[in-house]
Design a protein around this ligand. Structure first.
Ligand SMILES: Cc1cc2nc3c(=O)[nH]c(=O)nc-3n(C[C@H](O)[C@H](O)[C@H](O)COP(=O)(O)OP(=O)(O)OC[C@H]3O[C@@H](n4cnc5c(N)ncnc54)[C@H](O)[C@@H]3O)c2cc1C
Length: 363
């Protein structure tokens, strides 16, 4: 019997497991993936996430693993103006970042089982979640825990199995493709918006650049027929057509047609949610990893109090939900406004002011 079983071992799951195992609790983390491995993400670390890696003692490993150094925030170009959004940023490949997170969970004392797919949730007679069933290497099995945590991402099996309440839903407005390139030098997050489109460039592992394009959702079906043509069109629209023509793509394009936005109630009898499983949003401002890291710290601190007998599960988890929602409400609305891709200087200034206020609050 574990104190906690964490389903999913990336940005939400591994830090939660690391914190709880480090605090002396018995933790099992399972993921159907093996590590290192990639996932659908451009990998930008925004907000407080660079500092959180520093606090966890992992920042140097991430910089060394990706061959990059922390750079200053984001520059947003719109209507001929450039705005600097204050902060620190990094854009490690998820192959690099997630492996470091998984290893950190293991080093802290969590048991990590890779290539292990959760197939069911077990419950007691009163409906309280008591554990998982899984498949691994052709075998099936079951494990039990006081709490099962869904850190299993945007299509969370755990959230669906417990029928977690969805609220704050906003329309999916944009679609995106991205890939990796050489010959397109960029030294910070560089976001270019023109009417209804965005071209994004980020410095990533070992001198490569990650280039992404966003267009309205309705453009997806036509765009997928010739992704490269969409990149040429949008990079030209923001004045970077020549720079894009001089770049060499090193990998396949990856894309997402739907970029939904919603919160889920992140706890119930015997279960909790962290990361995308509990709070999902369009990736236009690169908030997802930052949110997963922050919520991993909030959730694990709350559960630690529960296991030590310092708070009831209901009280600690209500506080987790309220803190998460209070800290994200403003940026969630702003992020959704950006995802409409009709960005104005006024909207960018609002983001810059919000980022400056968050930085000042952190001290
Ligand atoms: C196109 C795109 C670009 C993005 N770009 C950025 C960006 O630049 N910056 C940013 O901050 N965010 C970005 N995001 C969002 C970011 O990727 C997520 O917010 C982040 O990965 C959430 O982490 P997580 O740990 O909650 O989930 P995930 O990273 O999705 O990890 C979930 C894990 O759960 C495992 N899992 C799922 N189901 C099961 C099961 N049944 N059994 C066992 N394991 C299971 C999966 O294998 C996976 O490893 C982007 C998203 C998209 C779609």
């Amino acid at each position: 019997m574990y104190d906690v079983i964490v389903v999913g071992a990336r940005c939400g799951g591994s830090p939660t497991a690391m914190n709880l195992a480090g605090a002396g609790h018995k933790v099992l983390v399972v993921d159907r993936a093996t590590f290192p491995s990639d996932t659908l993400s451009t990998g930008v670390l925004s907000g407080d996430s660079v500092n959180r890696l520093r606090q966890w003692g992992l920042l140097e490993k991430v910089c060394a693993g990706s061959g990059t150094a922390v750079y200053p925030g984001t520059r947003i170009h719109v209507a001929g103006e450039a705005f600097d959004i204050p902060g620190e940023a990094l854009c490690p490949r998820r192959t690099t970042l997630d492996k470091i997170l998984v290893d950190a969970a293991r080093d802290a004392g969590a048991e990590v089982r890779e290539h292990c797919s959760v197939t069911g949730i077990t419950r007691d007679g009163e409906g309280m979640v008591t554990g998982i069933t899984f498949q691994s290497e052709g075998q099936t099995g079951a494990e039990s825990a006081r709490i099962v945590i869904g850190a299993d991402g945007r299509n969370s099996f755990v959230a669906r199995a417990v029928d977690a309440e969805v609220y704050g839903e906003k329309d999916s407005l944009a679609c995106a493709y991205y890939s990796y390139f050489t010959g397109f030098p960029v030294d910070r997050n560089d976001l270019h918006f023109a009417d209804g489109v965005a071209a994004l460039a980020f410095p990533t592992d070992h001198g490569q650049s990650l280039l992404a394009v966003m267009q309205p959702s309705a453009a997806f079906e036509a765009w997928r027929a010739d992704v490269e043509a969409g990149f040429r069109k949008v990079f030209s629209a923001v004045g970077l057509g020549d720079a894009f023509a001089g770049a060499t793509r090193t990998e396949e394009y990856r894309g997402a047609a739907q970029l939904p936005n919603y919160y889920r109630k992140p706890f119930g009898p015997g279960w909790a949610l962290v990361g995308d499983a509990g709070y999902l949003k369009d990736p236009v401002l690169g908030q997802g990893v930052n949110d997963a890291f922050r919520d991993a710290d909030l959730l694990s601190a709350g559960l630690d109090r529960v296991f030590r007998g310092d708070a009831s599960f209901e009280a600690a988890m209500s506080e987790y939900q309220q803190t998460r929602d209070a800290m994200t409400g403003g940026i969630y609305a702003l992020n959704h406004a950006f995802s409409a891709l009709k960005v104005t200087p006024g909207l960018v200034q609002t983001l810059a002011d919000a980022a400056a206020a968050m930085q000042a609050a952190r001290g």
